[in-house]
Every structure is written in C-alpha cells, then in structure tokens.
Ligand binder design. Structure first.
Ligand SMILES: *Cc1c(COP(=O)(O)O)cnc(C)c1O
Length: 388
C-alpha cells in the first residue's frame, strides 16, 4: 500500500541540515576529527546533587505510577518560589504554573490550545523552528518578524502591517535569544505587552536561556511588567540552566486561562513528567546555584576566547551577555550555507548556517560554545588556515 502522510507534514520547510549531515558523515569517513559547534546541548554534566536526587527518588514505588499531567504540587511550588526569588514575580502555583516534558513540548502544544485555522502567528526570524511547526500544524498562518542587527535583534512592532496585526492571535518572542544571542530589557517587554493588550494578541515568551548569562547580567522576565499577566505565558526550561537537556523537564507560567488551556491539551496527549525527574527538578530549583555559576564562568571564558579569536580572523560578532551561542556575520562572498559548507569540508568544524533558523538568519552563522576551550582553539586554528 502507498502510504500517504497528512498534508500538514508537507508544510514543514525542506530540512536544510540534511545536506550538511551528509557532508559531515563524508568528512568523518575521510578520518577527519570533526569538531561540532553546531548543536545547542551543554557538554557540562548535570550537577551531582540533582543526579543524586533522581537516584534517591527513582527507588520509591510511589514515583512509578502515572504522574499528574500538570506536575506535583511541590514541583509547581518550587517553580513559583524560584520565580519569586529570581524575578520577584509572585505566582499562584495551583493556577499559574504547569509542568512540561521539556519546554519544547509546551511550545509545540500551546498553539493547539489557542490557534484556530486562519489565525496569524507572529514568529521571529531567525527563530527556534518549533514556533513555526506549532503554527502550521494547527492551521495557523505564520508572519515573520525579522530580527535585524540595526534593531538589536528585537522585532520592530511598528513594521507589522495593520491587517496582519488585526488577524494576529499569538506572538512568540525569545530572549535571551537563540540563535542571535541578543538580550531584551524591560522597556522592550513593556512595549510588547502594551502592543499585545491593545490588539488582543496572546504573548508567548520562551525564556530557556535566562540563566546562561555573563558579566553579572540578569535577564528579566516578561512577567515583571504590569499587565503582562493579562495576555502572557512564559516557557521556562531546566535544560540549559542545569545541563538537563536529556531529562525532559520545564514549566509554563503566566495567565491562568492560558496555562489552563495548555493543561487541557496536555491531559489529552501526555501523562506528565516522571515524578523522580520532578523531584530532581525540585532539587535543581531549590538546591542552590553554585554549579550554575561555575558553568556560566566556563561559558564566559569560552565566549571571550572565541570572540577574540574570530575577531582576529575578521569574523565579526558582538560579545553576548547571555546564551552559549555566538552569532557571527558570514564573510563577504558567502551565503550562510556556502560558508558553513566550506568550513566543514575544509576544516571538519561544524557550525550552523543562520538560514537554518529562517530567512532572517541569512548572512550569519551560529557557533555553539558547548565544547571545551582547547577544542574551540583547535577549531579557530583550522579556520584561520582557510585565509578567509
Ligand atoms: C533548547 C531550547 C528550548 C527547549 O528546551 P527543552 O529541552 O525542550 O526544555 C526552547 N527554546 C529554545 C530557543 C531553545 O534553544
């Protein structure tokens, strides 16, 4: 029988990384020691006290059963307590917090709860690809908000046509930003909240990188803005903060009706986060941030090394205050893909073409700082030999 998949799968963009994956295998097969600066997955291990909490609680039969989809009361209280300490934002843990099986799960499921066919979803470009897939899987129409260097990689709200604004149902923003590593401050959030309240647009903020920050920088929460709770939901993740990408745990906070609507979707499609993982997440959120600070110092050292070394090669990038990415302008004469391919083919260094995050990413490549300094130095040395 001929299998015909649902037409929504055809709405996904061609997988740009397929050709790069093939090229990477080809380079590897020639015996080259490939250095991957392509993926956003911490190389530093989950802090030991968090792993210990999992080991302790994995033995308990009470944790072997179906969890509640919205999370243990104590998990939600821990998340609310963390928001209070970190942002001075007070949340009702029963109504304004929902556990997620990683924030990607929540980001993908949220449009099921709020987007109807024909609704417009405002999506940053470049951006995390799940904003787009969540939109089109639910019949939404994406409208891209370009993130440009001239505007500090913030969307220009005044550039969105009135007709689009009228039909918009949902807007995604993400700061500290993947892939541009840009940060946003309270005046920006104030403007976006006012815009969304004025035009009745639901505002969703992906704050996965808030804790990966340098030079004493503290990223704000959208929910610090008066009125934000009337229209907003914020998606937080333990993945990057505590090097827990494989554990699958995060949470959504904000407007009770939005959090509740996401919960309604979740009761129908999943069965919650393994309780021992929630126990470990409680330990992460309440057990002190010593390791987090050590890890940020390590990323900061790598950042400084790379910004300086790439700059010496004439590759321009700003020094980011947060995230473990560098957003680097491609040299003249290259597209982001042609530059990525040349670097991979001739040096065995994997980086990510900006256009893989949407058209707005053309002209840039992303370097991840998720390998040790010695490997970063080796990578830059090889790129130097290209004499760009
Ligand atoms: C890594 C990442 C996430 C998702 O992380 P989870 O592991 O699913 O919690 C969400 N948004 C952005 C921008 C990311 O880079």
């Amino acid at each position: 029988m001929q299998i015909k998949v649902a037409s929504r799968l055809n709405l996904l963009p061609p997988y740009l990384f397929a050709e790069l994956d093939r090229l990477k295998r080809e380079v590897q097969q020639t015996g080259v020691d490939v250095i991957s600066l392509g993926i956003g997955d911490p190389d530093l291990p989950t802090p030991a006290h968090i792993v210990a909490a999992l080991k302790r609680t994995a033995d308990l039969p009470v944790n072997h059963r179906y969890p509640d989809y919205q999370g243990l009361d104590r998990f939600r209280e821990a998340a609310a307590g963390w928001y209070k300490r970190r942002f001075n934002v007070t949340l009702d843990s029963a109504r304004e917090v929902c556990a997620l099986i990683g924030s990607k799960e929540g980001i993908a499921n949220f449009p099921v709860a709020v987007v109807d066919p024909g609704d417009i979803v405002l999506i940053p470009s470049p951006g995390y690809p799940v904003y787009y897939s969540g939109c089109v899987f639910n019949g939404g129409e994406p409208y891209y908000m370009p993130l440009r260097k001239e505007n500090a990689f913030l969307p220009d709200l005044s550039a969105i046509p009135a007709e689009i604004v009228r039909r918009a149902k949902l807007m995604w923003i993400n700061y500290p930003n993947n892939p541009t590593a840009a940060t946003a401050e309270l005046p920006f959030y104030r403007d976006v909240v006012a815009f969304c309240l004025k035009h009745s647009i639901i505002l969703a903020h992906d704050i996965a990188y808030s804790e990966i920050a340098f030079d004493g920088y503290q990223a704000p929460s959208l929910l610090e803005i008066d009125g934000a709770r009337e229209c907003s939901i914020e998606f937080h993740s333990l993945s990057k903060t505590y090097s827990m990408t494989g554990w699958r745990v995060g949470f959504a906070v904000g407007n009770a009706a939005l959090v509740g609507a996401l919960g309604t979707v979740k009761t129908n499609v999943d069965s919650g986060v393994f309780q021992a993982v929630q126990e470990a997440a409680i330990e992460a959120l309440t057990g002190g941030d010593e390791t987090l600070h050590q890890y940020c110092a390590i990323y900061q050292e790598r950042r400084d090394l790379m910004v300086a070394a790439l700059g010496a090669l004439g590759l321009q990038c700003a020094t980011p205050r947060a995230t473990f990415y560098l957003w680097v302008e491609t040299p003249k004469g290259y597209t982001s893909v042609s530059f990525t391919e040349r670097v991979l083919r001739e040096t065995g260094v994997v980086i990510t073409p900006g256009s893989g995050f949407g058209k707005g990413g053309e002209g840039y490549v992303r370097f991840s700082l998720t390998v040790p300094s010695a490997r970063l130095r080796e990578a830059v040395g090889r790129i130097q030999a290209l004499r760009l």
